[in-house]
Design a protein around this ligand. Structure first.
Ligand SMILES: C[S@@+](CC[C@H](N)C(=O)[O-])C[C@H]1O[C@@H](n2cnc3c(N)ncnc32)[C@H](O)[C@@H]1O
Length: 242
């Protein structure tokens, strides 16, 4: 069941950021450092070694049922839909989404960590998925971009769907947290088409009474039913409601 609310960063839940769900399912205490910092993530991806995927707290299979109602149409007369994955890391979430959409879309993967982008490019090359064409409107595929989520290298009104899995959570945990969070959300909305949607998967719970000065967007949200022992949420923003 979805609930209408106002998505505002909350203080509650940040301690969860200090717990990392490892690939073996064990919870490990991490002395994380600044999760909004590029070097933090570079070290993280470098330390993992090899061209491997790492998926932050939820997998595509966990949430595909929730996501389907918000996916762009694939009709014969529709233009190839464009999707952006903001802070993709080395997750295979968008690769699975690409397959789910019968490879009839164009997905732009964006991360500010060069290490994450390097690994993703290698994986995509190995799988023959890396997009080479310069005109994404005409051909489906997946492209990688090293860029800051606060300054995306795309024109406004480009995408039907923007995905953010754990990225604005990480941004929020930095020293400039709330301001940077608002910047990321605003930039995500800028590159969306007027009918586009921003979907966040987050460990931050909804709070209706804790508002940052600039972030007062109308969201619908739901808690994800995932057996991880932690709370995770899905937030949906319809740009036309903003
Ligand atoms: C919690 S991880 C999630 C990664 C991926 N979405 C997943 O689900 O596995 C956060 C990711 O956001 C990226 N990130 C953090 N701040 C960013 C920013 N300002 N611009 C672009 N990427 C950013 C990090 O490099 C990292 O890959």
């Amino acid at each position: 069941m979805f609930v209408v609310g106002r998505r505002c960063p909350s203080l509650y839940g940040r301690s969860v950021a200090n717990l990392l769900l490892t690939p073996k399912g064990l919870l490990k205490m991490q002395f994380f450092g600044d999760m909004s910092d590029q070097s933090f993530w570079n070290n993280f991806y470098t330390s993992r070694q090899g061209n491997k995927h790492f998926d932050w707290f939820v997998h595509f299979e966990d949430v595909s049922g929730y996501l389907v109602p918000y996916l762009p149409s694939l009709g014969n007369n529709c233009p190839i839909p464009r999707i952006i994955d903001i802070g993709c890391g080395t997750s295979d979430f968008s690769l699975k989404l690409f397959d789910h959409l019968k490879r009839k879309c164009h997905i732009d993967l964006v991360d500010f960590s060069p290490e994450a982008i390097k690994i993703m490019q290698k994986i995509l090359l190995e799988q023959g998925l890396l997009k080479k064409s310069v005109n994404p409107e005409d051909f489906p595929g997946i492209a990688c971009h090293r860029a800051d989520a606060k300054n995306l290298p795309f024109k406004e009104h480009t995408f039907s769907l923007a995905l953010d899995k754990g990225t604005s959570d990480a941004v929020l945990k930095g020293t400039e947290g709330e301001t940077a969070f608002v910047d990321v959300v605003q930039e995500s909305l800028r590159v969306l088409k007027p009918s586009g949607k921003l979907i966040q998967f987050s460990d931050e719970p909804p709070e209706t009474n804790f508002k940052t000065k600039n972030c007062n967007l109308r969201f619908i949200w739901r808690e994800l039913e995932i057996n991880s022992g932690f709370q995770h949420f899905m937030y949906v923003v319809h740009k036309e409601n903003c």
